[in-house]
Design a binder for this molecule. Structure first.
Ligand code: 13P
Ligand code: SF4
Length: 331
């Protein structure tokens, strides 16, 4: 397969697709022919979630990749998720339909600067959020996601000295609920930082009975307003089990698709970002994954995610450690 220079420049396959092509049928047919599996994060477009074999949060996606027997994994999400899959499955082809799908948290924590930070805090265990590059994971002791961060932090003795990076909001939240005093890297998600107390309070006046669902990547003042704080999967699980009729959702609005599908009788209202006229808060990186790019990435089996072997062998240790602890704790 010849990878065109124009594709490399764009970061995705730019070939036009014939008018009238049934993208869903074509994608499903190629998955069958090529023994490919499509994994999608809850923040991707609804059409992507609907065509995927599996939709989940960061932890579930890593768990699924680790167990798949497919030859090709198409990770509809952001680049670090594709890297995690490649680290776990080095012999498989791992595709992310647009290589530009980065993450502001991963960007905020380059391996070199993080290593200097670690060197400045000798004797600390290094815990990294999964939203990091493979290189940053390679200097980490254990990886966490927002689904298991609390339990993994608590699996260490109370007096363990811990560095937590890159999300200061998640780190502050975990410190507050565990009574720990982890040293935090100064990173944040540009999407979750945009949720404000004012917007939620205004919506609460409009919908006084609504419950507030908040992702822990939000600022502390926003987290304080929550009826439930949790990962995307935890917020979804809460909404399914809970008795309220209306929910204000303070996380990337892609999750509303699965919430509405799972609870058609309930109303989910996306909390808009601060200082914006947009109705909902979307991650510009996640939304780079489109049906057309997914179709072409399967057709041409490109763009693939590569992780240098010297980085991979170091980065797999903290990921395996996370998966082992999660399995032991039934997460
Ligand atoms: P979770 O799906 O693990 O809650 O992660 C949120 C996120 O920001 C993924 O990039
Ligand atoms: Fe990264 Fe934030 Fe987008 Fe999640 S929502 S992928 S943390 S930039």
């Amino acid at each position: 397969m010849i990878i065109k220079e124009s594709w490399k420049k764009a970061g995705y396959v730019t070939e036009p697709i014939a008018a009238g092509t049934d993208l869903v049928a074509g994608i499903r047919k190629m998955c069958k022919e090529k023994n490919a599996v499509i994994l999608a994060h809850y923040y991707t477009d609804s059409a992507i979630q609907d065509v995927a074999d599996f939709v989940g949060d960061s932890l579930a996606l890593a768990q699924k990749a680790a167990k798949t027997d497919a030859d090709i994994i198409v990770m509809c999400g952001v680049h670090f998720m594709g890297e995690t899959n490649k680290i776990l499955c080095p012999d498989k082809k791992v595709i992310v339909p647009d290589l530009n799908a980065d993450c502001s948290l991963a960007q905020s924590c380059p391996q070199k600067e993080f290593s200097e930070f670690i060197a400045a805090h000798p004797g600390h265990t290094v815990i990294s959020y999964v939203n990091t590059t493979a290189a940053t994971k390679s200097v980490t002791d254990v990886v966490v996601t927002s689904s298991n961060a609390r339990q993994i932090v608590e699996s260490f003795p109370k007096d363990e000295k811990i560095i937590f990076g890159p999300d200061k909001n998640l780190g502050n939240y975990i410190n507050s609920i565990t009574g720990r005093n982890m040293v935090l890297w100064d990173g944040a998600c540009h999407v979750h930082e945009k949720f404000s107390v004012e917007r939620i309070v205004a919506l609460k006046q409009q919908y006084p009975d609504a419950k507030v669902l908040v992702h822990p990547e939000c600022k502390g003042a926003v987290v304080k307003l929550a009826d439930k704080v949790g990962s995307t999967a935890a917020l979804l699980k809460f909404a399914i089990a809970d008795e309220a009729r209306v929910y204000l959702v303070a996380t990337e609005s892609g999750i509303l698709h699965e919430m509405q599908k799972s609870c058609p009788e309930k109303t989910f209202i996306p909390v808009p970002p601060e200082d914006s006229t947009c109705a909902c808060n979307e991650c510009n990186f996640m939304r780079l994954v489109t049906m057309e790019k997914l179709y072409n990435s399967l057709k041409y089996e490109w763009p693939v995610v590569e992780v240098p072997e010297d980085i991979r062998v170091k980065a797999i240790r903290p990921i395996d450690r996370m998966l082992e602890i999660s399995e032991r704790l039934g997460l």
